[in-house]
Design a protein around this ligand. Sequence first.
Ligand SMILES: [Zn+2]
Length: 286
Amino acid sequence: MGIESKTFRQWIMFNVQCSTFAVQFNKERVRSSAAKVDNASIAQRPCFLCKENRPAGQKSIDYQGRYEILENPYPIFPKHLTIPTYGHTPQTLQGRLGDMLQLAKDLPEYTVFYNGPKCGASAPDHMHFQAGSRHFMPIEDEWQDRIGDHLAVVGQARLHLMEDAPRNTLMMIAESQEDAITLFGGIMESLPRKMVNVLTYYEEGQWITFIFVRTKHRPTCYFAEGEEQMIISPASVDLGGVFITVREHDFLRISAADIEHILQEVCWQENEIGLFMTNIKKYART
Ligand SMILES: [Zn+2]
């Protein structure tokens, strides 16, 4: 089962503690998976999201006079968009969750996602969202059976911790954009570390938002040498359930155990979750 196309191959194959993970072989994504994101490397390269460095004639659509909607030249999804700001300004969600939620509402065929700096963003120096075809990432169709009681409520926005260890996804369900923004602020304030990947989509009057809390950018296998090495650099899409491999060798040999191990390494685990649970209590409705 899967999708075959000129640019990528994919098959649905793994169950990691009851969550589905597909693996995609997509060598074009090496630009992102192996991107050097240290300050010195970033300073030396031309920014590929700034208009003057993009291919002449590349089409873009204006969004609210603040963002441009572009076709991603190296797609993971059947439809894949990159949505940078006009100006060259650092990647942050601070003050921009409303834009992200509005984009999700305005792009009903897409799931909108955000990769934090040091969480998979290959252009941490230029603010951008991405959007990909809905129902492509398994998590979108698996969360319904995995949410426990809510941890916190602000008006018409509720926060849950999914039962999907070792990914340990936070999930926000909101009917109100304003309440979602307030609750998200509380979530970020309560996190011991502000490293996140975020997915959101809008359906039947609700924003469904997944927040993957990170402890590190890249897993040990990324830096290993020889046979031990796998070039895997998880970001929103991987954590949503589509792992991207850029070398055929890695694609052919990755196992459910590897995925589980990578999730344990890059996603937050018990201690940090416990600390968060204490911090978020002030938002719990009694
Ligand atoms: Zn730029």
